[in-house]
Design a protein around this ligand. Structure first.
Ligand code: KMH
Ligand code: ZN
Length: 270
C-alpha cells in the first residue's frame, strides 16, 4: 500500500459559524487552519474561500491571498475547489484555476444537493477539464455517485484528462451515494486499475469510511466542509483535530502517513 494521503477540507461553501464557531473564514484564518492541518499530518488542503460576511466566493483575489499565506509557511499541496457553491456559473467557479494550483476538483456529474441541485452538465465537464489541462492543474475527480466514474472515463476518451486518474468518492451527500462501506467497495472496484482514490464521508460517515479507506489502501479526506462534529453532539474544535484522529487510525493500522512530497509522487504531480 502507498502511504496515506490525508486531505483537509477546511471550510467548504455551506457550513457557517452558527453551525460551528470554529470554522475558518478569512484568508488568515484559513491559512492558519491549513498550516495546523499540515503540522498534524495533512498533505493536501482542499480550499474554498469566503467573503467577510461568510458567503462563499470563487474570487481569484481571495484565493490568491489565502494560497500565498499558506505557501509562506508550508509546502502542503494546494487543491482549489471548482465546485464553489450551488448556483454559481461555470465562469465563476473556474476562476482559481488561473492561479495554477497543483490540483483542482472536477465534479463529473450533477447531483441533488440537499434541497438544491449541484449542476455539472456534460458541457461543464469538458470545459472544466480543458481549462485545467491548459493550466497544468491535476484534477481530483469528485464522484458523488458511481455513474460519475463513467463520465470521467468519457473525458479520458476525449483526451481531456490524463491517466492515472485520482478520484474523490464524496459519499453521504443527501442526493448522492449513501456513505456505507459496501458502497465504498463498489466505488473503489469501479475505477480503472492504476487510479488512486480518496474518500470524503459526510457527517457521521467520515470516520467509518475513512477507517475503511485506511485499511483498503485508499486515501482520506476530513474537515469541516464534510463534518463539523468530533463525536455525536460534540462539535470539533478544529480541522486539525479531525486530521489528528485519522492519523491515529492510520497508526493503529500500521499505515504510514505521506508527507506532501510523498503525496506528490503518489499522485504523479509534476
Ligand atoms: N459546495 C458544493 C456544491 C468541490 O469542492 O469541488 C460543491 C463542492 C465540490 O464543494
Ligand atoms: Zn469542496
Amino acid at each position: 500500500m502507498d502511504k496515506l494521503i490525508i486531505t483537509a477540507a477546511l471550510t467548504g461553501a455551506e457550513v457557517t459559524r452558527e453551525l460551528n464557531p470554529n470554522l475558518p473564514i478569512t484568508p488568515a484564518e484559513i491559512a492558519a487552519a491549513a498550516v495546523e492541518c499540515y503540522n498534524s499530518g495533512a498533505s493536501i488542503v482542499h480550499l474554498h474561500v469566503r467573503n467577510e460576511d461568510q458567503t462563499p466566493t470563487q474570487s481569484a483575489k481571495v484565493f490568491e491571498e489565502t494560497i500565498n499565506r499558506i505557501k509562506d509557511q508550508c509546502n502542503v499541496i494546494i487543491q482549489v475547489s471548482t465546485g464553489g457553491a450551488v448556483g454559481m456559473t461555470a465562469e465563476e467557479r473556474l476562476q482559481p484555476v488561473a492561479l495554477r494550483p497543483e490540483m483542482a476538483t472536477l465534479s463529473t456529474g450533477s447531483v441533488n444537493f440537499g434541497d438544491d441541485v449541484f449542476l455539472n452538465p456534460p458541457a461543464y465537464l469538458e470545459e472544466f477539464a480543458r481549462v485545467m489541462k491548459e493550466h497544468g492543474v491535476k484534477p481530483e475527480i469528485e464522484a458523488f455517485d458511481v455513474g460519475m466514474i463513467n463520465n470521467a472515463l468519457q473525458l479520458v476518451k476525449k483526451g481531456l484528462i490524463d491517466e492515472p486518474l485520482h478520484f474523490d468518492f464524496v459519499m453521504g451527500v443527501p442526493g448522492g451515494i449513501p456513505g456505507t462501506v459496501k458502497n465504498l467497495l463498489h466505488m473503489a472496484e469501479s475505477i480503472p486499475a492504476g487510479s488512486t482514490w480518496t474518500v470524503a464521508g459526510m457527517g457521521r460517515t467520515e470516520l467509518p469510511l475513512g477507517t475503511a479507506a485506511v485499511i483498503m489502501g485508499g486515501h482520506v479526506r476530513v474537515g469541516f466542509e464534510d463534518n463539523i462534529y468530533y463525536t455525536k453532539g460534540v462539535l470539533a474544535e478544529s480541522n486539525a483535530q479531525l486530521v489528528e484522529r485519522i492519523v491515529r487510525v492510520a497508526e493503529i493500522h500500521s499505515r504510514p502517513v505521506a508527507t506532501p512530497d510523498e503525496a506528490r509522487a503518489i499522485l504523479n504531480l509534476s
